[in-house]
Design a protein around this ligand. Structure first.
Ligand code: GLP
Length: 240
């Protein structure tokens, strides 16, 4: 794993943007694996600004997202579908029909997972962007998820529910379950770009980079990926 430590969040977002723009420029039909959370917001802001000022086009780009809360419709303000639309897609020239995410409202979980698995097999990711949960999760693959899992439904841990409650009015409104791409599929991306910012990620960053590769720390699997870059700001990297 290549590790880049930056002075602050802005520099982390700028470095991440350079990597992502490189992919989009060299391959106009690229498949981007995208992530939600507060961490990639700076990167998304840079992509939007660059699109506006330099005209970088996403007209043929396909975007596949990692995860979605179960029970939230795509126009719910806390759904990840809504997040992606509001924070990125609607500001770019990407076709809505080229953006993919699990359907949080799917009645039949197994069918929805199978649909997404098929889609992922048809859209191999050129780059997969990841945030990092403070407990070392990637997407919604919580600690002790088998590395071989494909898309599945997870029971979110109390830790994750607490972390994500800040984005909801009340902790009781945070869904208890989610659909997530599996670790096996995350690892299939040609390149992985994982971002971490802030002191509350320092332990997870340490475990991811220096710890043992173990299912207890899902992100530690990234040590086994041949082309993975971690960009962490100083605070997130403070324990390395
Ligand atoms: C959520 C998402 C993850 C994300 C993580 C960190 O649980 N499912 O994909 O990486 O939170 O979020 P944040 O970037 O807001 O710290």
């Amino acid at each position: 794993m290549k590790i880049i430590v930056t002075k602050d969040y802005e520099k982390m977002s700028l470095k991440a943007f350079e990597v992502l723009k490189g992919v989009v420029k060299s391959k106009p039909y690229a498949v981007l694996g995208l992530a939600t959370g507060t961490t990639p917001l700076g990167l998304y802001h840079n992509m939007i600004e660059d699109h506006k000022t330099h005209g970088t086009s996403y007209a043929h780009i396909r975007a596949v997202n990692l995860d979605e809360y179960q029970g939230l419709p795509k126009d719910h303000p806390q759904s990840y579908a809504y997040f992606m639309r509001e924070n990125l897609f609607k500001h770019l020239d990407i076709e809505e029909s080229n953006t993919f995410i699990e359907n949080g409202m799917a009645q039949n979980e197994a069918e929805e997972c199978a649909r997404y698995n098929k889609l992922l097999s048809e859209l191999p990711r050129d780059i997969q962007l990841l945030g990092l949960g403070s407990n070392g999760h990637i997407a919604f693959n919580e600690p002790n998820t088998p590395f071989g899992n494909e898309t599945h439904v997870v029971d979110l841990t109390e830790n994750t529910i607490k972390d994500n409650a800040r984005l909801f009015g009340d902790i009781l409104e945070v869904p208890r379950k989610a659909f997530t791409m599996g670790i096996k599929q995350i690892m299939q991306a040609k390149q992985i770009l994982i971002l971490a910012s802030g002191a509350n990620k320092a332990d997870a960053v340490y475990q991811t980079v220096r710890g043992r590769v173990t299912e207890a720390v899902p992100a530690s699997v990234l040590q086994l990926h041949p082309n993975c870059i971690m960009i962490a700001d100083k605070e997130a990297a403070s324990k390395l």
